[in-house]
Design a protein around this ligand. Structure first.
Ligand code: NAD
Length: 452
């Protein structure tokens, strides 16, 4: 199959590379010429484990190319995927479909033969109808079918997710389009992955939003249970384990933390709420989830201030981890951003380290010192906060850290460490959803130092 991928970002690049690895001929298109120039030189514009090798191998095999010339690339393609961004529209939270509609128009003008246009971007229900209208208006004679095929990959595990997905959802009412999509995903059946799930186009569009909203609800639910644990002396990790053993609930997405972030959940929950409102069908559970999560991000800043005795003016806080999750450089809507702002508002200085996110973070936060590594971030700081559970933070030399911090206090927003481990190193640990035991309470002299 000849595939054109319009949009070579986190989704387009991974999807394009994986499709070419399946044996298809793929050309990835982006209007960002810097990105395309980098790819021509084998430089990845994003950080995603395994991507560089996958791209290089398929470029060498002649199955994967990159261009800025959309018209040339889509001509003769069996399928053209739209994988452009659908950010929140500024001001109202609706999905901004400008890029999708512009891409649809460009594609329609360029294609000649029969072709399937596949929306991989996350788009609200009914967008496929509008894309079809745009395509027909721009090129009434071309036999173009419009299909929905939302993407469920997770950054950080994107290649594995793409090649071994729980499911592939395809929305179309057209038999020919269904056959093209079946052929594109046929290599997955050799992996014994889940089958392609064919459904209607509108249903497919809604599946993506319903899935993301459900996951956001699940995270927010355990986060609120974590708050309750702190009040009643229970341990949220044990609660999560205890409920997760129930197969109806399942163990995944029950890690309490600083609130969800990233390039998908925040914007997709908002967009779903807008769809609900437009259809006079309020989605109150999702509404509450969005509110609770927003509040939580800044509450994490207050948690750090409180742990330091209530006054952080002039104090330096080391922040370890900036990206919304490990193994990505994506900083979009990362909880660290709200946390840092809230610490700065309280008068603290922030020194931060992240293995991959610093380049993007520089453009998103002001007044932050960036360190070269975790220990450089911690050296001489008043306290430290773990925000993202990168592997490199899982085995820190705690006794060394204890000697480097002015106040041996670690706020661990990912519950990587136990109180006992920290206490053995002489560090007071404040986690999520765990009431600090009296045994490990802040020693009086440190409390005084913290309050100074
Ligand atoms: P991204 O911002 O990383 O990439 C989008 C790319 O499209 C950019 O490089 C941009 O330059 C390019 N582009 C925009 N208009 C174009 C045009 N007319 N022609 C050529 N290129 C164009 O976005 P992303 O994170 O890959 O997300 C893409 C879509 O996939 C979104 O709808 C998102 O919600 C959805 N999605 C993302 C993820 C994820 O983890 N990032 C997962 C599942 C679904």
């Amino acid at each position: 199959m000849r595939i054109a991928m319009v949009g070579t970002g986190y989704v387009g690049l991974v999807s394009g590379a994986c499709f070419s690895d399946f044996g298809h001929d793929v050309v990835c298109i982006d209007k960002d010429d810097r990105k395309i120039a980098q790819l021509h030189h084998g430089i990845m514009p994003i950080y995603e484990p395994g991507l560089e090798n996958l791209v290089a191998a398929n470029m060498r095999a002649g199955r994967l190319t990159f261009t800025t010339d959309l018209a040339e690339a889509v001509r003769g393609a069996d399928a053209v995927f739209i994988a452009v961004g659908t950010p929140s529209r500024r001001g109202d939270g609706h999905a901004d479909l400008t890029y999708v509609f512009a891409a649809a128009q460009e594609i329609a003008r360029a294609v000649t033969g029969p072709c399937v246009v596949v929306t991989k971007s996350t788009v609200p229900v009914g967008t496929g109808d509008e894309v079809e209208r745009i395509v027909r208006a721009a090129n009434p004679d071309a036999a173009i079918k419009v299909v929905s095929n939302p993407e469920f990959l997770r950054e950080g595990a994107a290649i594995e997710d793409f090649k071994r997905p729980d499911r592939v959802v395809v929305g179309t009412e057209d038999d020919d389009a269904r056959e093209v999509m079946r052929a594109i995903y046929r290599p997955l059946s050799l992996n014994q992955s889940a089958p392609v799930f064919f459904t209607g186009r509108r249903t497919s569009e809604l599946i993506k939003y319903a899935a993301n909203a459900f996951l956001a609800v699940k995270i927010t639910f355990i986060n609120e249970i974590a708050d309750l644990c702190e009040q009643v002396g229970a341990d949220v990790q044990q609660v999560a384990r205890g409920i997760g053993m129930d197969k109806r609930i399942g163990p995944k997405f029950l890690n309490a933390g600083p609130g969800y972030g990233g390039s998908c959940f925040p914007k997709d929950t908002l967009a779903l709420l807008k769809t609900g409102a437009d259809c006079e069908t309020p989605l109150r559970i999702v509404e509450a989830t969005v509110q609770v999560n927003e509040g939580r991000k800044r509450a994490m800043g207050r948690k750090v201030v409180k742990a330091l005795g209530g006054d952080v003016r002039g104090r330096t806080i080391a922040v370890l981890g900036l990206t919304f999750k490990p193994n990505t450089d994506d900083m979009r809507d990362a909880p660290s951003l709200a946390l840092i702002r809230s610490l700065q508002d309280a008068g603290a200085r922030v020194r931060a380290y992240d293995p991959e996110g610093v380049e993007q973070a520089r453009g998103m936060v002001e007044g932050v010192d960036f360190a070269e590594g975790p220990y450089a971030a911690v050296e001489g700081a008043d306290a430290m906060v773990i925000v993202t559970e990168w592997d490199e933070f899982r085995a820190l030399d705690l006794p060394r850290i204890a000697t480097m911090l002015k106040v041996p206090l670690m706020v661990d927003l990912r519950n990587i460490y136990t109180e006992d481990e920290a206490a053995q190193a002489g560090i007071r640990l404040v986690g999520i959803g765990r009431k600090a035991s009296a045994m490990h309470a802040f020693p009086a002299e440190l409390a005084t130092a913290a309050a100074r």
